[in-house]
Design a binder for this molecule. Structure first.
Ligand code: 5AD
Length: 360
């Protein structure tokens, strides 16, 4: 259990440098400073180059390639920022079929993909009916690593998913500040979300988390709380998503998250945790259509995602807007090439089990 996050926050504000263990070696890791997060121009370029250097030192020029399938857009949660929230009546809800997904993933998975991310709104029904049988098929028929992003579930469901053969669970804490978390009606309570992350890690999952940058109501203190919480949790990775106002959400008219703050946050996470998985999220291209994504690749990211959701249902998996920028293998490989990067040959699970044999 993490102690009361608010008490810890006060203590940790003074902490700028700590030491972490990386494959048995103690390394120095820096906690982000406010001027790094606000950097622009030359200072920002230097900060991103530092983060990129840290990532290259640890992972060489290889980046994990994950294929994502969005298997259900039913959601029992009601997060103000998310288009899949249960109060959104404008959305046609769907659940994908096991056979359709198995055919797609076993026989038509792009060759660069070594890891699958099975993702859904918080929908325990799809977990039982579709995700569990699908994991068992994938385990029998492929050597792909399996990541899940299915929201907060029961301890029993987590156990069944792990036993079926999934290794990595993405549970975003969304917002580091407990008050803003409650205001945004993020899943359950802040404390429960933390407990779930800790529980998953204690049950042998590789846990990745994530937070949103630029939500209405965020201030400097609340922004720093994201890093404080990320640092406390037993994580193997953390994503940073810029806030994108969703058309059919209560925040439709709020301003978009700032691209520079988002990229600086990614760079700061990389410098803080050289060994973490830090994804380059496609929303970077919504916030900065001309090059946001590639700037992410140069700010310390080491994981990219290709969307494999069957095209008939893609438009209904709505986080923010219908014109969601979709990444295909072709666009991803081009972006990687331009950034001097290439797909890793290992899955995330292989790399995290300590057998990383990348080119560094
Ligand atoms: N802006 C940014 N990220 C969002 N997410 C949902 N809605 C938004 C939004 N409007 C992220 C949340 C959630 C995941 C499904 O997508 O982190 O956990």
């Amino acid at each position: 259990m993490v102690a009361n996050p608010e008490t810890k926050t006060k203590k940790r504000l003074h902490l700028t440098v700590n030491r972490i263990q990386l494959n048995g070696t103690i390394i120095k890791a820096s906690f982000p400073k406010i001027d790094e997060l606000q950097a622009r121009g030359r200072a920002q370029e230097a900060f991103h180059a530092q983060a990129e250097g840290v990532a290259r030192e640890r992972f060489g020029n290889e980046v994990f390639v994950r294929g994502v399938v969005e298997v259900s857009n039913y959601c029992r949660e009601n997060c103000h920022y998310c288009g899949m929230r249960r109060d959104n009546r404008d959305l046609t809800r769907y659940r994908a079929q096991v056979d359709q997904l198995a055919e797609l993933l076993v026989h038509h998975c792009p060759s660069s993909v070594r890891e699958l991310d099975i993702q859904a709104g918080e929908d325990p029904v799809v977990v039982r009916r579709v995700v569990l049988p699908l994991i068992r098929i994938l385990r029998e028929e492929t050597s792909l690593g399996i990541t899940l992003c299915l929201g907060s579930l029961s301890w029993d469901l987590y156990r069944q998913l792990r036993e079926a053969g999934a290794e990595t669970y993405i549970l975003k804490f969304e917002i580091g500040d407990p008050e803003l978390y409650a205001e945004m009606e993020s899943p359950g309570t802040h404390r429960e979300r933390i407990e779930h992350i800790e529980h998953l890690a204690s049950e042998g999952w590789n846990v990745s988390s994530g937070f949103i940058v630029g939500l209405p109501g965020e201030n400097e203190r609340k922004m720093m709380a994201n890093f404080e919480l990320a640092q406390e949790l037993p994580l193997a990775g953390c994503s940073v998503s810029p806030f994108v106002p969703g058309e059919t959400t209560p925040l439709a008219r709020a301003p978009m998250g700032n691209i520079d703050l988002t990229l600086n946050s990614m760079a700061a996470l990389r410098v803080m945790r050289p060994d973490w998985l830090i994804p380059c999220v496609s929303a970077l291209n919504i916030v900065e259509p001309d090059g946001g994504y590639e700037r992410g690749l140069r700010a310390g990211a080491n994981l990219v995602t290709i969307n494999l959701t069957p095209s008939e249902v893609r438009g209904e998996y709505l986080l923010y807007k219908r014109d969601r920028f979709l990444m295909t293998e072709e666009t991803i490989l081009k972006s990687l090439g331009r950034a001097g990067l290439k797909p890793a040959e290992q899955s995330v699970a292989e790399a995290l089990s300590g057998s990383w044999s990348g080119s560094c």
